[in-house]
Design a protein around this ligand. Structure first.
Ligand SMILES: O=P([O-])([O-])O[C@@H]1[C@H](O)[C@H](O)[C@@H](O)[C@H](O)[C@H]1O
Ligand SMILES: [Mg+2]
Length: 284
């Protein structure tokens, strides 16, 4: 069916815009900060409220029980994080919570939709910049309705690379992250960056502002929507060791092309993380 999931796609954009408005308004008043797995893993009442608004609106539009949901704050409260073949929404209500708390101006709403474990579309609304990124499988990627494309740079020495350090601050992991960054910086690349939101980082790859973004320790809700947007903009997704991308593995490299991707992979010091769908999963 040609327009299958079109209603879901259109509605997701509306919901993302509404969620972004809520986040912008909430940022104008005092923000109540709480923590999750550790003292640097922040969450606010806005994260929880916006997730409820998104899931509530989707249930109201498409009916209770027709779709499954994986939402960052619902999983934090103990809901399962298992991707099945059923139509499933994968939601990060506030990607860049630390940015939101500090007033650092990159915060995104990330909404993806998967069927038979395949991503059908992704919406990333970078709400403080008012940039609506979206992509549907096979139909290109857009920012504010303009077609976007990854950069055509193939020389690593002419690239900008993004990585992030996440919230797990165990010294062995931090050492590996910074050792990787040092090696990449000294290739040398033009620069290293990080916006503080994985969803936005992926949109920066998709729109050609940077050549690659990788992270070990991200979650499916941080990257599901961005994954469609990068691919539809002509980029690729891989595991950080060069194997196939696995949404639930918490390991992801997105790049403009395979030359840049494989040059970065040579430098990445991989460390173990528990999968999102592991039965004993602890949230980081
Ligand atoms: O917690 P959150 O702000 O939704 O998401 C975080 C952001 O995407 C950050 O860029 C990334 O480095 C972390 O790994 C994520 O957990
Ligand atoms: Mg996130």
């Amino acid at each position: 069916m040609a327009d299958q999931w079109q209603r879901e796609y259109d509605f997701a954009e509306k919901v993302a815009r509404k969620a972004g408005e809520e986040i912008r308004k909430a940022g104008e008043s005092e923000i109540r900060v709480m923590t999750k797995s550790c003292t640097v893993d922040l969450v606010t009442k806005t994260d929880e409220r916006v997730e409820k608004i998104i899931i509530g609106s989707l249930k109201q539009e498409f009916g209770e029980g027709t779709h499954c949901f994986i939402g960052e704050e619902s999983v934090a409260k103990g809901e399962a994080c298992i991707l099945t073949d059923k139509p499933t929404w994968i939601i990060d209500p506030v990607d860049g919570t630390t940015n939101f708390v500090h007033g650092f101006p990159f915060v995104a709403v990330s909404i993806a939709f998967a069927v038979n474990k395949e991503l059908e579309f992704g919406i990333v609304y970078s709400c403080l910049e008012d940039k609506m990124y979206k992509a549907r499988k096979g139909q290109g990627a857009f920012c504010n309705d303009e077609l976007i494309q990854v950069s055509d740079v193939k020389e690593i020495k002419k690239s900008i690379i993004i990585s992030e350090h996440g919230v797990d601050r165990s010294p062995e992991k931090v050492n590996k992250i910074f050792s990787t960054m040092q090696k990449i910086l000294c290739i040398p690349v033009h620069g290293l960056r990080g916006s503080g939101t994985a969803a936005t980082n992926m949109c920066l790859v998709a729109s050609g502002a940077v050549e690659a973004f990788f992270e070990i320790g991200i979650h499916c809700w941080d990257i599901a929507a961005g994954a469609v947007i990068v691919q539809e903009a002509g980029g690729l997704l891989l595991d950080v060791d060069g194997g196939p991308f696995d949404l639930m593995s918490r390991r992801m490299l997105s790049a403009n092309n395979d030359v840049i991707a494989h040059r970065i992979i040579k430098e990445i010091e991989v460390f173990p993380v528990e999968r999102d769908d592991a039965p004993t999963h602890r949230i980081y």
